[in-house]
Design a protein around this ligand. Structure first.
Ligand code: VGL
Ligand code: ZN
Length: 203
């Protein structure tokens, strides 16, 4: 059994959004096509309370891009994004969300960030995604979405660690690239750890 995991295709990660991913909107048609090829599709949604510790605005005189210690964890500070209930947190209009069997929210604890759709950044709490996929008998996952160098990457690494045969649908992803080359580095790291990089047309 295989499943498609659609990561964080939300307004704030698209051009014009609070945490803009260049060409982020271009993954929408790829996701809509991919979803037709899977019986089981699940999604993750970045879903932060307004007081989330990953927001620069919640730390005196900090700017997005600064790095702080947040409860013993290194944390990049971001602009406020994907605030629960806001437009930016909604899935992109045009994304066929009717195909989502289940949505797993992440980043809900103000004390810790969660790039991966499976666990928080400290690997302390699971979102339920891993257990759900296992219950459904899933052995193989295909992952795509935003952002390639953050939430996709960490979701892929956790999926591998959980023992799923893990594919990255590369044309269905875009990176933030805070530093030039971050996306390429992310792909190299995922591949090194055992992920299979595929194009949507090959699936
Ligand atoms: C993400 C940074 C902060 C992502 C989420 O979805 O890649 N990146 N929150
Ligand atoms: Zn976030």
């Amino acid at each position: 059994m295989r499943a498609l995991v659609v990561v964080d295709i939300q307004n704030d990660f698209c051009p014009g959004g609070a945490l803009e991913v260049p060409e982020g909107d271009q993954v929408v048609p790829v996701a809509n096509e991919m979803m037709k090829k899977f019986n089981l599709v699940v999604a993750t949604q970045d879903w932060h309370p307004a007081n989330h510790g990953s927001f620069a605005a919640n730390h005196p005189w900090r700017r997005p891009g600064d790095v702080i210690q947040l409860n013993g964890q290194e944390q990049i500070l971001w602009p406020m994004h994907c605030v629960q209930g806001s437009f930016g947190a909604e899935f992109v209009p045009g994304l066929d969300t009717s195909r989502f069997r289940k949505v797993f929210v992440k980043g809900t604890d103000p004390e810790i960030d969660s790039y991966s759709g499976f666990f928080d950044n400290g690997h302390k709490k699971a979102t339920g995604l891993g257990g759900y996929l296992q219950e459904q008998g899933v052995k193989e996952v295909y992952i795509q979405g935003l952002a390639l160098d953050y939430c996709v990457k960490y979701s892929v690494l956790d999926a591998l660690q959980l023992g799923f045969k893990t594919h990255v649908v590369i044309d269905g992803c875009r990176g933030v690239n805070l530093e030039e080359g971050d996306s390429d580095k992310a792909v190299a790291e995922m591949r090194e750890k055992g992920a299979i990089i595929v194009k949507s047309a090959e699936v």
